[in-house]
Design a protein around this ligand. Structure first.
Ligand code: AMP
Ligand code: GLY
Length: 422
């Protein structure tokens, strides 16, 4: 098969690495890819947002299957455009991608189908918002309805902070149109958990647990990021909890989407919070988590390609995935300053000879090559991903590799996995 992967992050590098290992894969392209992906795939200079360019490339190159990594092209309708061109793809339609593209859509779906989630209102009116605030306990959570590159959520500790966040979104249009409508919701205390399932329109196949660390600095402090590291298994995800999440959250969502005429096909990533009343849904994502995908791919023993194709074909019933018993852990190396301002173009040395075995992979995120030199080209830059008999062993291997990397302008957290080890 001729496969095209869309995206350029660590998630897409892990997907390309797994797909390249499939005996079904004859030719692998990635648009636009990065310096690490170029070792597994032929990178083509088409941006993930360039829907016309991607569809034209897939048609001209007689691509058999497209795997769409990031949310933005899904929300913009890439899967629909490929379907219209009769090119099969992994990833939901735009209508189904509203599960990530509109937080208000998800909240209304939860309300209509009794899916546990925080109490909320949707509004585009500052006066209605102010009225709602008057009756609340604090903190409260203010969310831009649309895609805001991970920056659209504010946890307001006081009414003043809440009013400021509402004004910034509604009056100053801090998030542009994505914040023209808001979801205001109750704050739920508890431990967070990510949950992933492949969904083929009707059947949901849960994946193994993986957990990420969203804050920039050790001890889960500092600003929110896209994720500074991840590990699998996730000890918090017991079999009983998995059953409860499937029955109370995932399956009702899958049924509701099918009944609404927009069946969900792709990977469904639920951001959950474990409260005294059981798991509650914070948000959905319509893609693999990044960097959670890196540890999932490290532990996946089955060929990934048939699983992605079965998802797209509605054939997940009776499908099984096999996973390694080994644990996996990934540490993100980011450019100093991330998630704020950071420099691009600094040189990374010491990578050659580090990875390659079964137990260590370096998945690239923001990198590019200039001649023989490897340069940082983004905020999150490398994912040092190790496998071991335990999370502790995987952690030791990942940090031993990091200590051999020579990149003074980069940083990483030194405590990835701490929750699972404490
Ligand atoms: P979201 O993008 O909706 O997952 O929100 C980003 C982060 O904000 C989550 O990972 C949580 O840490 C936090 N968060 C969002 N909604 C709530 C809530 N209702 N209660 C507590 N924390 C929340
Ligand atoms: N690691 C969190 C995310 O992919 O959204």
């Amino acid at each position: 098969m001729r496969i095209l992967v869309v995206g350029s992050g660590g998630r897409e590098h892990a997907l390309c690495w797994a797909i390249a290992a499939s005996p079904l894969c004859e030719q692998l392209y990635c648009a636009p890819g990065n310096a690490g992906i170029a070792e597994q795939a032929e990178c083509v200079a088409i941006a993930a947002a360039d829907i016309d360019g991607l569809v034209a490339f897939a048609r001209d190159q007689t691509i058999d299957f497209v795997v769409i990594g990031p949310e933005a092209p899904l929300v913009a309708g890439l899967a629909d455009r490929l379907a219209a061109a009769e090119i099969p793809a992994f990833g939901p339609s735009a209508a189904a991608a509203r599960l990530e593209g509109s937080k208000g859509f998800v909240k209304d779906l939860c309300a209509a189908h009794n899916i546990p989630t925080a109490a909320y209102i949707r509004t585009d009116d500052p006066d209605i918002a102010a009225n709602w605030l008057a009756g609340q306990d604090y903190p409260v959570v203010i969310k831009a309805d649309g895609l805001a590159a991970g920056k659209g959520v504010t946890i307001a500790e006081t009414k003043q902070q809440a009013i400021a966040a509402i004004d910034e979104a509604l009056r100053d249009r801090r998030f542009g149109d994505a914040g023209a409508e808001l979801v205001l919701e109750e704050f739920l205390p508890g431990e967070e958990l990510s949950f992933f399932a492949l969904v083929d329109g009707r059947t949901a196949l849960p994946l193994i647990g993986a957990q990420d660390h969203k804050r920039a600095h050790d001890g889960d402090t500092g600003p929110n990021t896209g994720g500074m590291g991840a590990y699998s298994p996730a000890p918090a995800l017991t079999p009983a909890l998995e059953t409860e999440i499937m029955e109370r959250i995932i399956q009702p969502t899958v049924r509701a989407m099918a009944a609404a005429g927009c069946p969900y096909r792709g990977v469904l990533y639920a951001g959950l919070i474990l409260t005294a009343d059981g798991p509650q849904l914070l948000e959905y994502n319509v893609r693999f988590g990044d960097p959670e995908c890196q540890v999932l791919m490290m532990r996946l023993m089955s060929d990934i390609l048939p699983a992605l194709i079965a998802t797209s074909d509605g054939m997940l019933e009776n499908f099984h995935l096999r996973w390694r018993d080994q644990a996996a852990l990934t540490v993100v190396m980011a450019a100093k300053g991330y998630p704020g301002d950071y420099r691009k173009g600094t040189e990374i040395k010491g990578l050659s000879g580090l990875a390659g075995g079964d137990d260590l992979q370096i998945f690239h995120a923001g990198t590019r090559r200039q001649g023989d030199r490897l340069l940082a080209n983004g905020g999150r830059v490398l994912n040092i991903t190790a496998q071991g008999a335990s999370i502790a062993e995987a952690q030791r291997k990942a940090y031993a590799a990091i200590d051999r990397i020579d990149w003074p302008e980069g940083f990483c957290r030194r405590d990835i996995g701490w929750r699972a080890l404490s």
